[in-house]
Design a protein around this ligand. Structure first.
Ligand code: ZN
Length: 82
Protein backbone atom coordinates (compact mmCIF):
# COMPACT_ATOMS: atom_id res chain seq x y z
CA UNK A 1 0.00 0.00 0.00
CA UNK A 2 1.43 3.40 -0.90
CA UNK A 3 2.49 5.49 2.04
CA UNK A 4 1.31 8.80 0.52
CA UNK A 5 -2.41 8.19 1.18
CA UNK A 6 -4.21 10.96 3.00
CA UNK A 7 -7.72 12.31 3.55
CA UNK A 8 -7.43 15.09 0.98
CA UNK A 9 -9.80 14.90 -2.02
CA UNK A 10 -8.27 13.54 -5.20
CA UNK A 11 -7.71 16.40 -7.61
CA UNK A 12 -5.66 15.29 -10.59
CA UNK A 13 -3.88 17.80 -12.71
CA UNK A 14 -6.34 17.73 -15.60
CA UNK A 15 -4.30 20.17 -17.64
CA UNK A 16 -1.35 17.78 -17.73
CA UNK A 17 -3.65 14.85 -18.54
CA UNK A 18 -5.28 16.82 -21.35
CA UNK A 19 -1.91 17.71 -22.83
CA UNK A 20 -0.89 14.05 -22.82
CA UNK A 21 -4.17 13.03 -24.46
CA UNK A 22 -3.73 15.61 -27.21
CA UNK A 23 -0.20 14.37 -27.91
CA UNK A 24 -1.30 10.75 -28.32
CA UNK A 25 -1.04 9.19 -31.77
CA UNK A 26 -4.28 9.07 -33.72
CA UNK A 27 -6.03 6.05 -35.18
CA UNK A 28 -6.39 7.24 -38.77
CA UNK A 29 -8.80 4.48 -39.84
CA UNK A 30 -11.37 5.37 -42.47
CA UNK A 31 -14.67 6.23 -40.90
CA UNK A 32 -18.13 6.03 -42.42
CA UNK A 33 -17.98 9.75 -43.11
CA UNK A 34 -14.75 9.29 -45.08
CA UNK A 35 -12.57 11.24 -42.68
CA UNK A 36 -9.71 9.62 -40.79
CA UNK A 37 -10.56 8.59 -37.26
CA UNK A 38 -9.24 10.98 -34.64
CA UNK A 39 -9.46 8.56 -31.73
CA UNK A 40 -6.32 8.04 -29.64
CA UNK A 41 -4.40 5.01 -30.85
CA UNK A 42 -3.60 1.96 -28.77
CA UNK A 43 -0.24 0.16 -29.06
CA UNK A 44 -1.51 -1.64 -32.18
CA UNK A 45 -1.97 1.71 -33.93
CA UNK A 46 -5.78 1.78 -33.91
CA UNK A 47 -8.29 3.19 -31.47
CA UNK A 48 -10.57 1.19 -29.19
CA UNK A 49 -13.25 1.03 -31.89
CA UNK A 50 -10.97 0.19 -34.84
CA UNK A 51 -8.60 -2.17 -33.07
CA UNK A 52 -9.71 -5.12 -35.13
CA UNK A 53 -11.95 -8.04 -34.53
CA UNK A 54 -11.33 -10.82 -32.13
CA UNK A 55 -8.96 -13.46 -33.40
CA UNK A 56 -9.71 -17.13 -33.16
CA UNK A 57 -8.86 -18.73 -29.83
CA UNK A 58 -5.29 -19.97 -29.73
CA UNK A 59 -5.09 -21.80 -26.41
CA UNK A 60 -6.55 -25.29 -26.19
CA UNK A 61 -8.85 -24.28 -23.35
CA UNK A 62 -10.34 -21.37 -25.28
CA UNK A 63 -10.68 -23.43 -28.43
CA UNK A 64 -12.62 -26.12 -26.58
CA UNK A 65 -14.91 -23.53 -25.00
CA UNK A 66 -15.52 -21.91 -28.38
CA UNK A 67 -16.43 -25.19 -30.02
CA UNK A 68 -18.91 -26.01 -27.27
CA UNK A 69 -20.68 -22.67 -27.42
CA UNK A 70 -20.78 -22.65 -31.23
CA UNK A 71 -22.32 -26.09 -31.41
CA UNK A 72 -25.01 -25.17 -28.92
CA UNK A 73 -25.92 -22.01 -30.80
CA UNK A 74 -25.69 -23.54 -34.29
CA UNK A 75 -27.95 -26.42 -33.27
CA UNK A 76 -30.66 -23.99 -32.30
CA UNK A 77 -30.32 -22.12 -35.58
CA UNK A 78 -30.51 -25.27 -37.67
CA UNK A 79 -33.73 -26.35 -35.98
CA UNK A 80 -35.27 -22.94 -36.48
CA UNK A 81 -34.44 -22.81 -40.19
CA UNK A 82 -36.04 -26.18 -41.04
ZN1 ZN B 1 -10.34 4.66 -34.84
Amino acid sequence: MPSDLNDEPYAPDWRAALALACEAARCGASTRSGCPCQGPAMPNGRCRMHGGGSRDPIAAEGLARSKTSTRTHAGGLQKASL
